[in-house]
Design a protein. Structure first.
Length: 256
């Protein structure tokens, strides 16, 4: 007797799988971000008087804090491994399917740097406008202690954010939605709105800016089928934000 070990994956199964992957990763973050923005809006003084802090300390004991930071980075990447594992059921190498490989390092770095400049400079202007309008919380990109490991951890956190967001919200999600035969516009809009939604805890300016970034990144991926330049661009943006805030005089960032 021969057991059937494989069978075609139905659209329903793919849809359920996609919801589960998002529920374990950035979809969950989006739900918490919605609750966070409601809490900030209803707090005394309104949204502009609230603070959104990233990369915060987890312990007053430095080496315990470092341990928590590293564990957080490692476990945050597990949904990425899950997504890649699930894509391995499809024909072909999942890393090649996503364009998450080292076949084109020069091109990926150049394109990533170009995307970082394209997104970063207008993004700064948008954050300034949002701050003037009072539609963003006060942003603190890095709140780690003054320790030798702070900058390396911020760089690792930037890489983790980039890999998690670009693989899940662009590479995996776009691939699955196209397999589910969604229209191109709906795919781009869903990816962009999800990206914006899990940044809502920072305010409405952050939502708009990240949604626009999501449109650009999704269209880029649909055209090139390479997520690596997006990882490079996102890493550059976050390293500049995190490390710049940690090392430069704090008065330079009063406008945030």
């Amino acid at each position: 007797m021969t057991l059937e070990l494989t069978r075609p994956v139905s659209r329903r199964t793919l849809g359920t799988e996609t919801l589960l992957v998002l529920g374990l990763s950035l979809g969950q973050s989006a739900v918490y971000a919605v609750v966070s923005i409601i809490a900030k809006l209803t707090a005394e003084g309104g949204l502009s008087k609230q603070t959104a802090a990233l990369n915060t300390s987890a312990s007053t004991r430095q080496y315990l804090d470092l341990t928590y930071q590293l564990l957080g980075i490692v476990f945050a990447l597990l949904p990425v491994l899950l997504a890649v594992h699930l894509l391995s059921r499809d024909p072909g190498d999942p890393a090649r399917t996503l364009g998450l490989d080292a076949r084109r390092p020069g091109s990926d770095l150049a394109r990533g740097a170009g995307l970082a400049a394209l997104i970063g400079l207008p993004g700064l202007a948008l954050f300034w406008v949002a701050a003037q309008l009072g539609v963003n919380a006060t942003l603190v990109p890095a709140a780690l202690p003054d320790a030798w490991w702070a900058v390396p951890v911020l760089v690792l956190a930037a890489v983790q954010n980039a890999v998690l967001e670009e693989v899940i919200v662009v590479g995996y999600l776009v691939t699955r939605l196209r397999q589910l035969q969604w229209r191109l516009g709906a795919v781009v809009a869903t990816s962009a709105l999800l990206r914006g939604s899990y940044h809502l805890y920072q305010g409405f300016g952050a939502f708009v800016g990240n949604a626009v970034m999501g449109v650009v990144f999704s269209l880029f991926y649909l055209r090139t089928r390479r997520v690596m330049p997006l990882v490079v661009a996102h890493t550059v943006l976050d390293v500049v934000a995190f490390v710049g805030y940690a090392l430069l005089p704090k008065e330079w960032f009063d406008w945030l």
